[in-house]
Design a protein. Structure first.
Length: 248
């Protein structure tokens, strides 16, 4: 189901991430309100990675002395790399967190959209494991998953809502977006040391000119997504001049 703030009589002009939506669902009886987001659908290599995040305080109260840190929890694209690193541990301290990923081979096998959904399912399951069987008071858990974007996760046995622009507006989704971004970026830095010719530390696998030039010069490496058109094109061009990319 597609969920928009207009349906809940919220202003369409909100520009800051808040707990308003989470509080509304808490008032409806939901005890476990999870935000989820993914990163890495667009890159030509590496995994797609998702995070699920749930605030530990069911009353969604922000301590006055921590307001500055909570203000930084917003769309990961609107926060600098330095700020994301600074707030990463804070988020892990105040939210239950789960991480799920699908590697390049899985992406090539089932396609990037399905891999994105699968990574979100994995993240939610890990969050539940990390949280254990905890409940609030004597009430059994009642889950709802808030998904960034316009699609819900197929075949998920929990109630869920898709929130367009959720990473900008919904605090739990914002937290998930930051943790997902930092986690994947750290992975790509490790890959950069293994495959230095591609400049992965600069572009994190996205199809920049530097990356494309390296791709057509060296061919794809082990973690490139061979089902993606630019990678296919590089392979075909190298084969056309008698170079087998798999031997490089």
């Amino acid at each position: 189901m597609l969920y928009t703030f207009c349906e809940m009589h919220y202003t369409a002009l909100m520009e800051t991430s808040t707990f308003i939506l989470e509080k509304d669902f808490a008032n409806q009886g939901f005890t476990h309100i999870i935000g989820t987001d993914e990163v890495g659908r667009g890159p030509l290599c590496g995994p797609v990675l998702a995070c699920a995040a749930m605030f530990k305080d069911i009353n969604f109260k922000i301590p006055t002395d921590k307001q500055k840190q909570f203000d930084l929890i917003r769309d990961s694209k609107k926060v600098s790399e330095k700020q994301r690193e600074e707030i990463f541990d804070f988020i892990n301290e105040h939210f239950y967190i789960g991480i799920g990923l699908c590697d390049h081979e899985t992406i090539d096998r089932i396609n990037i959209l399905e891999a994105s959904f699968l990574s979100m399912k994995k993240a939610i399951q890990e969050l539940k494991r990390n949280m254990g069987q905890e409940i609030w008071g004597d009430v059994e858990p009642k889950y709802i998953v808030l998904v960034d974007g316009n699609k819900v996760i197929p075949n998920l046995s929990m109630e869920q809502y898709a929130v367009v622009g959720g990473d900008k507006l919904v605090k739990s989704i914002s937290a998930a977006s930051i943790v997902a971004k930092v986690t994947r970026d750290r992975m790509m830095l490790e890959f950069a040391s293994k495959y230095p010719q591609y400049g992965l530390d600069k572009h994190k696998g996205y199809g920049t000119k530097v990356h494309m030039d390296a791709l057509f010069k060296y061919g794809p490496c082990e973690i490139h997504r061979k089902s993606f058109a630019p990678v296919k094109r590089a392979i075909n061009e190298l084969l056309a001049v008698g170079i087998d990319p798999s031997l490089r």
